[in-house]
Design a protein around this ligand. Structure first.
Ligand code: ATP
Length: 240
């Protein structure tokens, strides 16, 4: 039997309801991310995953409910506060500057970061994503989808985040490349204690990374599984 360690709470989401105008997208969602824990959020298109992720990051103000991060519950935390507090976000698209070179993208990311953190990030990224550093002079727009995703993770690491939030990292990637991205994220979580909130549709990829998974349906969190419980299943389609 696997013993699941009890971790201190890094993020606590309590009863969050979020909407676009009058249309509800998330209803009374609650979740917890432990310090150093990797947590997944799965569900069909339109289930509310991205909206909930944006609420956690401070990009979307909820109608009601609270997000507590590192012990602080703030009604007014925005994305800038989140970044300063050690969160990093890798969105599903538009995550690099395509007309700039890989080197320039990395320079922009490190320009606002503490130089010791950025040095750590570059060293770590070279180990995890060497292919990106073989292409420093190449325009980011000419990278493959997987290479772009790796570059965007490398850029997000520049602030040495406590929590990385990722929206569908496998989107558009060949399975082998997606596996490399998920394995690298797992290594960051294991070796560097980076906590992760990962929105994803591919349960198989997600299970390379996460310790626990929440299932969203029609704006609500309807289920929660440990990764081991999910691995014991033959199929995943009935989860959603
Ligand atoms: P997907 O996997 O397709 O990205 P999701 O689970 O991330 O879906 P959300 O993107 O959070 O779901 O969308 C939840 C609901 O909110 C959907 O009904 C969607 O149409 C709606 N929605 C999302 N963004 C907006 C927006 N900017 N304006 C209006 N409605 C929106």
């Amino acid at each position: 039997m696997t013993v699941v360690p009890v971790r201190e709470t890094l993020v606590q989401v309590d009863g969050v309801t979020a909407a676009y105008g009058g249309l509800s997208a998330v209803t009374e969602a609650s979740l917890r991310i432990g310090d150093g824990e990797a947590v997944g959020l799965i569900g069909h298109n339109g289930a509310g995953k991205t909206t909930l992720m944006n609420v956690v990051f401070g990009l979307h103000r909820p109608v009601s409910g609270t997000v507590t991060y590192r012990g602080q519950t703030s009604e007014r935390r925005d994305a800038t506060d989140s970044i300063k507090g050690g969160m990093a976000m890798v969105p599903a698209d538009q995550f690099v500057f395509p007309t700039l070179t890989v080197r320039e993208n990395l320079q922009i990311a490190r320009s606002n970061a503490d130089s010791a953190d950025a040095d750590w990030a570059e060293e770590r990224s070279k180990e995890l994503f060497p292919v990106v550093f073989d292409r420093l002079g190449q325009h980011a727009g000419s990278l493959s989808g997987g290479e772009r995703r790796m570059l965007s993770v490398a850029m997000a690491l520049m602030w040495r985040p406590k929590l990385m939030i990722l929206d569908e990292p496998s989107l558009g990637l060949a399975p082998a490349l997606a596996e490399r991205v998920f394995d690298a994220l797992r290594e960051l979580s294991d070796a560097d204690g980076v906590s992760v909130l990962c929105v994803e549709q591919s349960v198989a990829h997600l299970l390379r990374l996460v310790d626990r998974v929440y299932v969203m349906r029609s704006g609500r969190i309807v289920d929660e599984f440990t990764a081991d419980a999910l691995r014991a299943r033959d199929e995943y389609w009935d989860l959603f």
